[in-house]
Design a protein around this ligand. Structure first.
Ligand code: ZN
Ligand code: ZN
Length: 283
């Protein structure tokens, strides 16, 4: 218990420094602080993958590629175009944060110097994950309706073998509805403390990019589920599999070699060697 209290005091001290840094201006912390967290976490995770994807180096990491030899390295003009669209969309996310501020305040979101108890942060995280899955799954399925697909979602699916920064390569409408809103709606509904929201946004940005990176590294969470969606188009619409299980939109995936590989593993041997394909179609 003493350790928990020490940790809490440490975290509250750091949070107070952040509040001071923003001059204790609540609006500035909510809008500028949250936008910075979103944008910087996106840049942080992608800087590594941007180097890997654009140069194909270091080569020893290729053995962890899911779709072997695809985009190693990515064609330069394609890569540059993807980066432009992705960074434009990240700026759009900041605009969504700005417009959400009145809602954040209305539902009781706070940035007080006193941090919430651990149990409250954990409950908030469960709400964030469920709301994210709900909005992402149903909006994603809507964007797969032919009328919407050809005008909106087709852009994101130009990447059959995705790269991490293609997580935000999408039509602006799709980016707002399926990327920005699912992340922010949970915190707004729960009326969470801003410190918890920032931790959530960093983890969510990291996971979204990881789900698109097409590399299945040891220790990291598995990107096989969303990678399968980019290959097959008609399955695995959600983020964590909950609503795909409920709607039976993961039947083919469950029979696939990718499902066997859909685990976090801890050795250096690539998952494709641990569960090798029996024929070329499986891959
Ligand atoms: Zn995707
Ligand atoms: Zn899709």
């Amino acid at each position: 218990m003493e350790y928990v209290e020490t940790m809490r005091t440490f975290l509250e001290t750091q949070w107070s420094k952040i509040l001071d840094w923003f001059g204790n201006d609540e609006k500035l912390i909510f809008i500028l602080g949250t936008s910075m967290v979103l944008f910087l976490s996106f840049c942080a995770v992608n800087s590594f993958f941007m180097f890997l994807d654009s140069t194909g180096k270091p080569a020893f990491l290729h053995k962890y590629k899911i779709q072997k030899d695809k985009n190693v390295p990515v064609e330069t003009h394609r890569f540059v175009h993807c980066c432009r669209v992705a960074f434009r969309n990240e700026l759009l996310s900041c605009a969504v944060v700005y417009l959400s501020f009145p809602l954040m305040k209305a539902t009781g979101m706070s940035c007080s110097a006193s941090l919430p108890p651990l149990w409250r942060a954990l409950v908030d995280f469960v709400i964030f994950i469920l709301v994210d899955e709900f909005i992402f799954y149903y909006s994603h399925r809507l964007f797969h309706l032919p009328a919407l697909y050809k005008h909106i979602h087709k852009i994101h699916h130009e990447w059959i073998a995705p790269i991490s920064i293609a997580a935000s390569y999408a039509h602006p409408v799709e980016h707002i509805v399926s990327n920005a809103l699912p992340l922010l709606a949970g915190p707004i509904l729960a009326g969470s403390h801003l410190s918890v929201v920032w931790v959530w946004l960093v983890i969510a940005q990291f996971e979204t990019c990881l789900h698109h990176c097409d590399y299945h590294f040891p220790v990291m969470s598995s990107p096989q589920f969303h990678d399968y969606h980019h290959v097959k188009f008609n399955e695995c619409f959600g983020t964590n599999g909950l609503l795909d299980w409920f709607h039976q939109t993961d039947v083919g995936f469950k029979k696939s070699i990718q499902c066997k590989r859909h685990i976090t593993y801890y050795g250096l041997k690539p998952i494709t060697e641990m569960f090798p394909s029996k024929n070329a179609r499986e891959n």
